[in-house]
Write a protein that binds this ligand. Structure first.
Ligand code: UDP
Length: 241
C-alpha cells in the first residue's frame, strides 16, 4: 500500500474471536499474545490507540434470542458485555507483560476491576501514550461492540476507526464460502448500506457516515497489518463518503 502519515489517534476494534483459535470458545494464550505483540508494534509509530474489545469468543447476546431461552435477551446482552470485560482484562495483562502501559475502562462500572469509562480521562491516558482498552461496549443492550467502537471513535476524536477482521477486507460476498467474491479497495458508506455488505452492524455504519468517520477494514491475522493500518498504509478496504 502507499504510505501516508501515521494517524494521530485511532480506535481499534478487536473482536473476541481474535483471542480464540479456530472458532473455539474462550481465550487462546498464543492468539492473545499475538494480538498484544501486533498492537505493541503498532504503538511504536507514536499513534494513540484506544482498543474496543469484543466478546464473541465467550458469548453473544443474540444467542439467547430464541423463544426457548429462559434467559431474557436483554440479560444475555449484559452477559455479552461482561464477556468483553473478561477479554479486556486478559488483553491488558498481555500488553503489560510486554512492556506497554495500559488502562482498562468499562462502560458498566466495576471499580474493583477497572476504571469507569470517562471520556476526558480516556483522552488524558491517550495523550500520555497509554493504550486504553475499552470494555463493556456502550453499556447498553441490543447493540454490539461495533456500535461502541463507532461511538468511541467519534467522542475520542479519532482520525479513523480500524476494524480488525479475519479476512482481508470487505468482499462482494462471503469469501469463506464464495471463492469468486471480490475484495473492494474502497467503498462509500452508501455502497455498504445499499449492497448490505457485511462490514459492521448498521447502527455503527450509520453513525460513522453521519459524522464522516472513515473506517478501515483489514485482516489482523497478517503479521504487521495493525502497524500498517496505523501508519496509514492501504491495507484492506477503506470506507468513507
Ligand atoms: N453487547 C451489548 N452492548 C454493547 C456491546 C456488546 O449488549 O454495547 C453485547 C452483545 O450481546 C454482543 C456481546 O456483548 O453480542 C459481545 O460483543 P460483540 O458481539 O460485539 O463481540 P465481537 O463480535 O466483537 O467479538
Amino acid at each position: 500500500g502507499s504510505s501516508r502519515h501515521a494517524f494521530k489517534r485511532v480506535v481499534l476494534k478487536i473482536s473476541g474471536e481474535s483471542l480464540s483459535h479456530g472458532g473455539e470458545r474462550g481465550i487462546s494464550m498464543s492468539d492473545l499474545v499475538h494480538i498484544a505483540e501486533e498492537t505493541k508494534q503498532a504503538a511504536l509509530s507514536g499513534t494513540e490507540i484506544a482498543i474496543v474489545i469484543g466478546g464473541g469468543n465467550i458469548l453473544r447476546g443474540a444467542q439467547f434470542s430464541s423463544g426457548q431461552s429462559r434467559v431474557q435477551e436483554a440479560t444475555a446482552h449484559y452477559m455479552g458485555m461482561l464477556a468483553t470485560v473478561i477479554n479486556g482484562l486478559a488483553l491488558q495483562d498481555a500488553l503489560e507483560s510486554i512492556g506497554c502501559e495500559t488502562r482498562l475502562q468499562t462502560a458498566i462500572r466495576m471499580e474493583g476491576v477497572a476504571e469507569p469509562y470517562i471520556r476526558r480521562r480516556a483522552r488524558r491516558h491517550l495523550e500520555k501514550g497509554r493504550i486504553v482498552i475499552l470494555a463493556a461496549g456502550t453499556g447498553s443492550p441490543f447493540v454490539t461492540t461495533d456500535t461502541a467502537a463507532a461511538q468511541r471513535a467519534l467522542e475520542l476524536g479519532a482520525d479513523i476507526l480500524l476494524k480488525a477482521t479475519r479476512v482481508d477486507g470487505v468482499y462482494s460476498d462471503d469469501p469463506e464460502k464464495n471463492p469468486h467474491a471480490v475484495l473492494y479497495d474502497e467503498l462509500s458508506y452508501n455502497e455498504v448500506r445499499q449492497q448490505n455488505l457485511r462490514v459492521m452492524d448498521s447502527t455503527a455504519i450509520a453513525q460513522c457516515m453521519e459524522h464522516d468517520m472513515p473506517i478501515l477494514v483489514f485482516n489482523f491475522r497478517k503479521s504487521g497489518n495493525i502497524a500498517r493500518a496505523v501508519r496509514g498504509e492501504r491495507v484492506g478496504t477503506m470506507i468513507g463518503s
